[in-house]
Ligand binder design. Structure first.
Ligand code: ADP
Ligand code: MG
Length: 300
């Protein structure tokens, strides 16, 4: 079978089965970061993300500094998803031989600015040659054991929330998004987070990552979705990726006005966690219940 037929997620499942966790790693494959024992009270977090020219970005349309910023920001967003504090990063590059050095300097400028803002330090990397520009960033972070947020903790009855607005990130947010590190730390400090993920693939897909990992179902309401002004339609809020907002669940009773105030940005209650046998559903604006698929939802 070809990888294109198997698909990314089933491929990762396959690798996970072949390499079950064997050390004292708390989490290996399957969450936004790997989680490792560190000190008595703290965990170490590790995550990596790769961007490839002409797959993820077009250098005719976007400056190298924006690509650099995005590469680091995407990994920082995965640290946020675990409610971690980022500390160090490692940059591996593959570069065409004819690429101007000024391009690479600009690429690093994009990272430096963001790195300063979040207090992360570049500690190494690797440099190679390839036909297109490829960058892979690994970020190492940490968190107090009690603050760790995972994908697999959602419980039946939880409310489902999302930060910010969703959809149409292609118009610019895909490069300029804010990794929700500050917000995630407030969430674990002031609320009882049961589960959390960052929305990189799209709400529908990432919600399914939470429900699959937690062994639960979910119902969300189309009318409640915080659709971005940049989205082409409500559907974009479900299936467009790269918003890098936080999707999380809290025990019932939490109010989005309180969350709004504490986080200083819009937070929307979009649905509820239900029993697994009820599946993952969306109630459309017309009041019809539909099965939510990873790519969005079926209209018929
Ligand atoms: P995210 O979208 O949050 O960056 P991914 O979907 O890329 O997460 O990855 C999900 C999980 O699968 C992570 O734990 C990641 O480390 C793991 N993973 C992805 N690709 C591979 C691979 N080729 N080999 C081993 N683990 C992988
Ligand atoms: Mg993620």
């Amino acid at each position: 079978m070809r990888i294109g037929t198997l698909g990314e997620f089933r491929f990762i499942e396959r690798v996970k089965k072949r390499f079950p966790k064997q050390s004292n790693a708390v989490l290996s494959i399957g969450d936004d970061c790997a989680v490792l024992g560190f000190t008595r009270g703290r965990y170490l977090l590790v995550t990596s993300d790769m961007l490839i020219q002409d797959v993820h970005f077009d250098l005719k349309k976007v400056s190298p500094s924006r690509v650099g910023r995005k590469a680091l920001a995407a990994s920082l967003s995965d640290i946020a998803a675990m409610a971690g504090i980022p500390k160090y990063y490692v940059v591996s590059l593959a570069v065409p031989a004819g690429m101007p050095v000024a391009f690479l300097d600009d690429f690093y400028s994009g990272m430096i600015k963001l790195a300063k803002e979040y207090g992360v330090e570049l500690i190494g990397g690797d440099t190679n040659r390839a036909d297109v520009f490829i960058c892979d960033i690994t970020v190492i972070g940490e968190t107090e054991k009690r603050s760790l947020a995972r994908r697999d903790g959602a419980k039946t009855g939880d409310d489902i929330f999302v930060t910010g607005s969703l959809g149409g990130s292609i118009k610019g947010k895909q490069y300029d998004f804010t990794p929700r590190l500050r917000e995630a730390r407030i969430l674990v400090r002031d609320f009882r987070i049961h589960s959390m993920i960052d929305i990189s693939d799209g709400l529908a897909s990432d919600l399914c990552h939470i429900t699959d990992a937690s062994g639960v179902g979910a119902v969300i309401y189309e009318a409640r979705l915080p659709v971005s002004r940049d989205a082409d339609s409500k559907y974009g809020a479900l299936s467009d990726g790269e918003d890098y907002e936080l999707l999380f669940t809290l025990p019932p009773g939490s109010d989005d006005t309180v969350l709004n105030r504490k986080l200083g940005l819009p937070v929307t209650k979009i649905g509820k966690v239900v029993q697994r046998r009820r599946g993952v559903k969306i109630v459309t604006s017309e009041g019809k219940k539909r099965r939510l698929e990873k790519s969005g939802f079926r209209h018929f």
